[in-house]
Design a protein. Structure first.
Length: 397
């Protein structure tokens, strides 16, 4: 039996003003085969969108969604005036999540993480980046990535994994940062790569984490293994990591609040995506916004992501991330939607696979009880998802 389907009367979010109001989307073999008005049926099953908005399926291109433990106590401490840096230096922050995550095996990590992942799926997420970074030992980091790989077998979801052992120094570590990078971050990366667990390499370039010079050997080893890099940088201070990321042709630079005009020019030349993370900005009550106007003027693609993590961004809603991008960062509706679709795909190196509704790409798209993209960005607390298509398979809500 043919698996061909046609979604009729779809209202595409990126339809040109002078184009047809409604179009059809033909799918076969899990991929989009044609997009246009009044496509021939040719034996395909038909689904009537009835003029509803259809967008590419959402992509969360920056998450720490696999972890153990709970850090809402730190939220209370921040409300009482403590800073993130103070909490980190007192043994909280990433170190607290490390202690909880190290105590869990693959099955326990999956069980803890699936409710968070299901929240993203319920809003039409089809692709999810999952970082390690709460193990900070080779064994615990590998356990996190094994759990991430398993997630893709348990849910209708494309998972991309990122090695983030250079997230922080482990609790109680007495060696130097250079020793840790060499003996854990690089040595563990080699094992993860040999086991087929890693799609990209990331690091946290910040005063409370690692400097650009300390991260450089890790990125050099990633390049020798043929792995792309990403970088948390310019979040809490001007750390200078953008220049390192640009030299390595990074897929993305993430956070980017304290970036300068020089940094914007560097990632424009390197082709990197700026991944903006309003959840952390909001939860930490930051005031230094990323340079959205400069990124826009330079033509740098801007992605949005949840940064889903237990402490600074316990966010599992891309609809809310879009609203925050608009309200807090001044992004347009179009920029917000592109930020969780085509630009998010590019931030993962998946622009030839997903993120757009076009022939040849994976059939990943979402049908909404809405007519305009502004209805997805401009509302709070309402999820208008009608149905979700991942690789041609429909999930109704």
């Amino acid at each position: 039996m043919s698996d061909s389907k046609i979604w009729r009367n779809a209202r595409l979010a990126d339809a040109p003003p002078d184009g047809p109001g409604l179009v059809d989307i033909a799918v076969g073999g899990g991929r989009i085969t044609a997009v246009g008005p009044a496509l021939p049926r040719e034996g395909a099953q038909e689904i009537d969108c009835e003029g509803r908005l259809v967008t590419p399926a959402f992509i969360d291109c920056h998450s720490h969604i696999i972890h153990g433990g709970d850090r809402t106590g730190e939220f209370e401490r921040r409300l009482e005036g403590a800073t993130y840096q103070e909490i980190t230096r007192a043994g909280g922050g990433i170190a607290a999540s490390v202690r909880a995550t190290r105590a869990m095996d693959v099955d326990a990590l999956i069980a803890a993480s699936l409710p968070r992942i299901d929240a993203l799926l319920a809003e039409g997420c089809s692709t999810l980046e999952i970082k390690s970074g709460y193990g900070l030992s080779i064994g615990a980091e590998l356990t996190m990535l094994r759990a991430a790989r398993r997630i893709a077998t348990l849910r209708p979801l494309r998972v991309r994994t990122t090695w983030l052992a250079a997230h922080a120094m482990p609790p109680g570590e007495t060696g130097s940062k250079a020793d840790y990078i060499r003996e854990v971050a690089i040595a563990g990366l080699e094992q993860a790569h040999a086991e087929g667990l890693v799609d990209a390499v990331d690091a946290f370039c910040e005063g409370i984490a690692f400097s650009a010079d300390e991260i450089a050997p890790l990125f050099e080893r990633a390049a020798s293994l043929g792995l792309p890099v990403k970088l948390h940088t310019e979040q809490l201070t001007r750390s200078g990591g953008t220049q390192l990321a640009a030299r390595h042709g990074a897929l993305s630079v993430d956070h980017f609040e304290y970036a300068t005009a020089e940094d914007v020019a560097a990632i424009r030349a390197s082709g990197s995506v700026a991944v903006l993370l309003p959840g952390a900005f909001y939860m930490l009550r930051e005031t230094q916004v990323p340079p959205v106007a400069a990124l826009r003027e330079a033509g740098v693609p801007m992605a949005l992501a949840t940064d889903a993590n237990p402490g600074t961004s316990p966010l599992t809603s891309l609809l809310l991330a879009m609203n925050m991008g608009a309200v807090l960062f001044g992004m347009t509706v179009r920029e917000c939607l592109d930020g969780v679709t085509c630009h998010a795909a590019r931030a993962l190196g998946l622009q030839a696979e997903t993120g757009r509704i076009a022939p040849g790409l994976s059939a990943d798209f979402t049908l909404w009880d809405a007519e305009r993209p502004a209805e997805l960005v401009g509302r709070l607390g309402l999820n208008p998802l009608r149905s979700h298509v991942h690789q041609g398979t429909v999930t109704d809500v």
